[in-house]
Ligand binder design. Structure first.
Ligand code: FE2
Ligand code: FE2
Length: 358
């Protein structure tokens, strides 16, 4: 959370192949987990709900959706300068994050094959969708003369180990926040088509329904494991992951305001809308959520974003490393302090309103 993102200046490994952006705590991550523990999960009593969400995935509503139409057959050199730079950056982060999901789901599907057939099938179907999403984004990058070398990314990324419980919380959240990110951009561009400078945005409406279904599968999985929602530890973890995801979102969106400006979106308003909606949606799965209406909530998140910009400025200066570290300390302290204050704001008990939430 306290690390900074260096903007890529679009370095290339070989002509047309884009070198991935420098890895930091804010870049999309690649995960592995304890596959044996997932294989041993007790799903008894929850098979019907899991079967229902898997049936939705099997239906494959977007089978014919990710086909590039003739609108893509244009010369995209007309998108230039800052807009081009910011858009390529957006495409790369989105593609990396979709691809990261694909790798995790594919591995889960493979490792569970003979031990948890229903989960193995579900992960296979999730991997199918994420591969489509990543491939579609990579083709969009090709319109700008670049592609991400996904094979290189697979081999050379560092993988972070998360226990299954953390994977379930974070992937649930990343699917639901993904849904809100795509649908809010889509709705905005429906109202302001003059800002739709590239046809990819037209695909977001059905695309985000894939993310919504993925989130629903993780919700069913989470609710099938009582220890993930019916104890005080679960309440603390749920709030921790909500805050982590929301803080990362705020830092990333406000640091990349150029992209949102280029499609006529106010980054601050967009960040608020994405977080408020994701938090509200999370009530259906999590035992406890954050109070995003609290008057301190967004000002404190935005203070973290300002401190993050300062860290980025310090990193970009050519001073000795130890001087930079000294200069960074107060800003790192600002971020930690604000996050602690946010974490201990009064939370909302989602279980209390469970009977009326469907
Ligand atoms: Fe996706
Ligand atoms: Fe997804």
């Amino acid at each position: 959370m306290v690390s900074t993102v260096s903007r890529s200046d679009l370095p290339e490994q070989s002509p047309g192949i884009k070198k991935p952006v420098q890895e930091t705590l804010l870049t999309p991550r690649f995960y592995i987990t304890d596959f044996d523990a997932v294989a041993q999960m007790d799903l008894s009593g929850h098979e019907a709900e899991l079967e229902a969400v898997v049936a939705e995935l099997r239906a494959d509503y977007n089978r014919h959706h990710f086909v590039r139409n003739e609108e893509f057959q244009q010369d995209w050199e007309k998108i230039d300068g800052e807009t081009r730079h910011a858009f390529i950056d957006f495409l790369e982060r989105s593609c990396t994050s979709e691809f990261s999901g694909f790798l995790l789901f594919k591995e889960l599907s493979r490792k569970l094959k003979n031990r948890q057939p229903l989960l193995s099938e579900a992960f296979h179907l999730l991997a199918r969708d994420e591969a489509r999403h990543a491939g579609f984004l990579n083709k969009a990058m090709a319109d700008f003369g670049l592609t991400l070398d996904l094979g290189y990314l697979t081999k050379n990324r560092t993988y972070t180990f998360f226990p299954p419980e953390w994977v379930i919380y974070t992937v649930y959240l990343s699917e639901k926040i993904g849904y809100w990110r795509y649908i809010l951009v889509y709705r905005h561009l429906e109202q302001h088509p003059e800002h739709r400078f590239y046809p990819l945005f037209r695909y977001f409406e059905s695309w985000c329904q894939d993310e919504n279904r993925h989130g629903d599968f993780f919700k069913a999985l989470l609710r099938s494991q009582p220890k993930l929602w019916n104890c005080w530890k679960a309440r603390l973890w749920a709030r921790f992951f909500l805050l982590t995801v929301f803080a990362t979102h705020t830092l990333t969106v406000l640091e990349r305001s150029t992209f949102y400006d280029s499609i006529g979106i106010d980054p601050q308003e967009y960040n608020k809308a994405v977080i408020q909606n994701t938090n509200e949606t999370s009530k259906r799965a999590f035992p406890s959520v954050l109070d995003t209406d609290h008057p301190e909530f967004f000002p404190r998140l935005e203070k973290c974003a300002i401190a993050n910009q300062k860290l980025a400025e310090i990193s970009s200066q050519s001073r000795p490393k130890f001087i930079q570290t000294l200069q960074k300390l107060p800003w790192i302290a600002v971020i930690i302090w604000q996050l602690l204050r946010l974490y201990f704001l009064p939370a909302i008990d989602a279980e209390a309103s469970r009977p009326v939430i469907h």
